[in-house]
Design a binder for this molecule. Structure first.
Ligand SMILES: Nc1ncnc2c1ncn2[C@@H]1O[C@H](COP(=O)(O)OP(=O)(O)OP(=O)(O)O)[C@@H](O)[C@H]1O
Ligand SMILES: [Mg+2]
Length: 885
């Protein structure tokens, strides 16, 4: 039955889209059923049958009068006929009422208000558009009171919609809260974990009311995926990017053809006027701003266009638009916003003072977080780090399994009725075969040929191999600029199925311990890397071993990117190696592993990307491989001074997360977002499973270190600790005391003067400095924000510590400290001769000594033979030839 309704909806929409009169179309569908051909034949025969020659029935361009009539007839039944399955849920007493259109008001529809060229193609355009109507007749809603009275009723209807369209049994608590805020016309900010189901909060209002929901979203790929899903659930939707050439989908959207309109921020700002018409016509139930952290400069994915969205709150207010009785609510949603980002969102979007903030737990109980040390730089590291992954996927192949995972998705193409792709005519290339990326010298120097690409895309120039990060992403990240999706029958298989949350947030330690040993169901992996170059090299590496892997970065041909998206969703790809360009909001249920290969730039980005794993509720792994002995650096990007500071702060938090050995990873992550983690630990992460390392009493190291720092500040009134502490040679004392001590210098001096610590590596001391900073004993003495302290300065607490009596100082050594111990070599980073070179004074003395002894022997330069197999090698050979002449 439901399927019939949806099929009828679709046939009606298509015939109306072709220009047939709405009443005739519905009559035909009623008579012959939801068959396009039969309905068409019925209408045409019917027209011929009719002796009064009412040609307007099939006429696209009738007289104004006939168009007005058409408007009237369609307006009278628009809500019922365009959304029969939805309106079925709405009893007469329900809150959102379709506006009663009087003959006069309908007749007064100004045809000129339709979008350019759309009047004839969409005769039901503006049927509800009624600027002349009184507030009473144009009221879309009943009174506030009625809303409150109907509280339980709307909730039941929402549940019904959830069952029928999405196949889930019940709404989650936060979804109910968001819907209830919307129902009260309140703005709301929803902060809920990745994959928790935020989209339903704004999708259900469209189905409840039959009005349009406008969703602002930052990326085409994200909008595309969501529309595709909605179509599967029987809901018509479209998306509008910024670079549309063909505006027909946009026009249809503004005429109320789709229940849900996804639009990028630039476009929504351009469409303010047509949106006002839409609000007056079919009605806009809600503006949803998805991935709203993009508003904030303090977040990890700032997009300046998001800040312009304050225009929505300013425009769609009842005191600004006469036909509105209440403000159209704003719903802002994100999975990753720290407290300061939240404040910024509320302010920047001018959200109302009564905005409801819905905060759910960020905790994802089925994600197994871990951090591993790796150089992540060469095929040697790849072999070491990915052998397990390769084994997982290739083992499957050899055991005869055709596909990595069961195909739980329908054929994408059967759902996309029309994909208005400005560049759609462009052929989609086959998957890039990384083995066939052969390097060859050409006239201009270097080019890489991709055998399977179209001629236009053939040259994967060396630009793709640059060590660049994908920074601010283009909204139009795919080669489709807009697309429309008509709702199919909602999927039946899972109707009434359980919510996919087998692992309860509140399950006890024993149940959670069992999850530790649970083997992963197989499913795809996403490997996030910081640079474009690495997407190619790792994908190529994995492909060599027979893994179905593809690279994804913003500079690859867009048709390739579209193909990767499609194959990923169809489960034909096993691994996607991507930059941050892949996947904001990707909702694929069975992703089993998210590997970060290299430091992410922030914990926000990390948690959001990791959150793409295990959306089916089953255990999934989130592994971070990073060089834990090196301080991470910011990837190049355009930033203001203020933004640079913030970026360092975020990178520093991320670095600390990686270094920690004693606190549960999940706890660290959720607490980062300002949530109090109610459990002691998650029982799944590497720290919970392995347990913290043994505590160490580092009293003597700490005291030496603190003294070394404090000695510089000796003349600031701390008599106990002066430059006489034996750390600084008298000859340079005066000058040293006025300079800021550099951490490296301090450490090299400690190692020089305290023989018992000569074996302590620099990274060990850095780790100790970080621990002392976190505990509040030292702070950065410079204005710059850094990932790791550079000019340590003692705090009051630090000085207190120095004055305190000889008490033990226990700490859990952090990862770099443990690694440095493991890797203990005398002067691992300094030779005996090199010891002390970091100190300018020692350096000066030695250089003087060397000078007095005469010129040192020049070292024989080791000449490398250029490797002719690589582009770089060939270039080097060419250059050396040139210089030889
Ligand atoms: N009440 C529910 N019961 C069961 N499953 C649900 C429910 N609500 C949503 N889901 C499912 O949860 C999955 C994730 O939903 P969605 O994409 O909305 O997540 P999200 O919170 O927007 O994640 P992200 O932060 O990554 O954008 C979807 O497959 C959705 O169908
Ligand atoms: Mg989402």
């Amino acid at each position: 039955m439901e399927g019939d309704y949806m099929a009828s909806d679709r046939v009606i929409a298509e015939l109306v889209g072709m220009g047939f009169e709405f009443s005739n179309v519905t009559e035909a569908v009623k008579a012959v059923g939801p068959s396009m051909d039969s309905a068409l034949e019925y209408i045409l025969n019917d027209t011929r049958r009719k002796s009064d020659g009412a040609s307007s029935s099939t006429c696209l361009a009738g007289s104004t009068k006939s168009l007005r009539r058409r408007s009237l007839s369609s307006s009278q039944s628009l809500g019922k006929l365009r959304q029969p399955s939805i309106m079925e849920h709405l009893q007469s007493g329900c809150r959102p009422k379709w506006r009663k259109i009087t003959t006069e008001s309908a007749a007064s529809v100004p045809l000129s208000t339709t979008l350019e060229g759309s009047t004839e193609s969409f005769p039901f355009v503006n049927v509800n558009s009624n600027p002349a109507s009184t507030p009473e007749t144009s009221s879309l809603y009943t009174d506030y009171k009625d809303v409150e009275d109907l509280g339980s009723d709307w909730e039941q209807k929402s549940q019904d919609i959830l069952n029928k369209h999405f196949g889930y049994l019940s709404l989650k608590t936060f979804q109910k809260e968001a819907l209830s805020a919307w129902f009260m016309y309140k703005d709301c900010l929803v902060l809920a974990a990745t994959g928790s189901g935020k989209s339903l909060c704004f999708q259900i209002p469209a189905l409840l009311t039959g009005k349009v929901v406008v969703v602002i979203s930052p990326l085409i790929s994200l909008m595309h995926d969501q529309c595709l899903k909605l179509a599967k659930h029987g809901i018509s939707a479209c998306f509008l990017g910024s670079g549309q050439i063909d505006r027909s989908v946009e026009q249809k959207a503004m005429n109320g053809m789709y229940s849900i309109v996804y639009v990028c921020p630039e476009t929504v700002v351009r469409l303010i006027k047509p949106l006002q018409n839409l609000a007056e016509g079919r009605g806009i139930a809600l503006f949803a701003i998805d991935e709203v952290h993009c508003v904030s400069k303090w977040g990890h994915d700032f997009r300046p266009d998001y800040r312009r969205l304050s225009i929505l709150r300013e425009t769609f207010r009842a005191d600004n638009l006469k036909f509105l009785k209440f403000d159209i609510p704003l719903m802002a949603l994100t999975a990753t916003a720290t407290v300061c980002v939240r404040d910024d969102i509320l302010k920047s979007l001018c959200m109302s003072k009564e905005t409801k903030i819905i905060l759910t737990s960020f905790f994802r109980p089925n994600l197994r977080f871990s951090v591993k040390h790796s150089r992540t730089s060469s095929s040697y590291s790849y072999e070491k780090d990915f052998h397990e992954l390769v084994a997982t996927y290739t083992k499957e192949k050899s055991s005869g399994k055709a596909n990595l995972v069961h195909n739980d998705h329908e054929d994408v193409h059967s759902i996309v009725n029309t994909l208005s792709v400005d560049s759609m005519s462009e052929p989609v290339p086959d998957a890039i075969d990384y083995d066939s990326l052969s390097e060859s010298d050409d006239e201009t120097g270097m080019s890489l040929e991709c055998s399977s690409a179209t001629p236009k895309e053939k040259k994967l120039s060396v630009e793709y191999l640059e060590d660049e990060r994908d920074d601010i992403l283009d909204v139009d990240d795919l080669d489709v600029s807009c697309g429309e999706f008509h709702g199919q029958s909602p999927f039946k298989s899972s109707i009434g199925c359980e919510s996919p949350e087998p692992y309860d947030l509140h399950s006890g330690p024993e149940e959670r311990l069992k999850l530790q040993s649970r083997t992963r169901d197989e499913g795809p992996t996403i490997i996030y890397v910081p640079t474009r170059k690495e997407t190619l090299s790792i994908a190529k590496f994995l492909s060599k071993f027979g893994v179905k892997a593809a690279a994804y970065n913003a500079k690859l041909p867009k048709s390739h990117l579209r193909q990767v998206h499609r194959e990923f969703h169809e489960n034909t790809l096993q691994v996607v190696v991507a930059t941050v360009a892949f996947g904001m909001g990707i909702d694929k249920s069975n992703v089993r592993r998210i590997i970060h290969y290299g430091w992410p730039q922030s914990l926000e980005a990390y948690y959001q990307e990791a959150g793409r794993a295990g959306r089916d509720g089953k255990v999934a792994d989130c592994v971070l491989y990073a060089n834990l002995l090196r301080i991470p650096t910011l990837l190049p990007s355009q930033r203001s001074e203020e933004q640079t500071k913030q970026a360092y702060k975020m990178l520093s938090d991320c670095f600390r997360y990686g270094m920690r050995t004693s606190s549960c990873r999940a706890k660290t992550l959720v607490e980062y977002f300002g949530e109090k983690f109610n459990q002691e630990k998650c029982f799944l992460c590497d720290v919970c499973v392995k347990g913290p390392p043994a505590v160490e009493n580092l009293r003597s190291e700490v005291m030496i270190f603190m003294q070394a720092i404090a000695s510089y500040y000796g003349e600031k009134g701390f008599p106990n600790i002066s430059c006489d502490a034996g750390i600084i040679q008298n000859s340079v004392r005066q000058r040293r005391c006025t300079e800021k001590p550099n951490l490296k210098t301090l450490i090299s001096r400690i190692r020089e003067q305290h023989l018992e610590f000569t074996l302590r590596d620099l990274s060990w001391w850095r780790g100790l400095a970080r621990v002392l900073e976190d505990k509040g004993f030292i702070r950065e003495g410079d204005d710059m924000t850094r990932v790791q302290i550079k000019y340590p300065e003692p705090t009051e607490m630090g000085l207190e510590l120095l004055r305190s009596e000889d008490k033990p100082f226990y700490i859990y050594p952090e990862t770099d400290m443990l690694l440095a111990k493991e890797d203990r070599k005398p002067y691992s980073s300094f030779t005996e001769w090199g010891k002390g070179w970091a100190d300018p004074e020692i350096r000066r003395q030695r250089l003087e000594r060397m000078r007095s002894r005469g010129k040192p022997k020049k070292r024989k330069s080791r000449k490398h033979k250029p490797d002719m197999k690589t582009v770089r090698g060939r270039l080097a050979a060419k250059l050396s030839k040139k210089t030889a002449y």
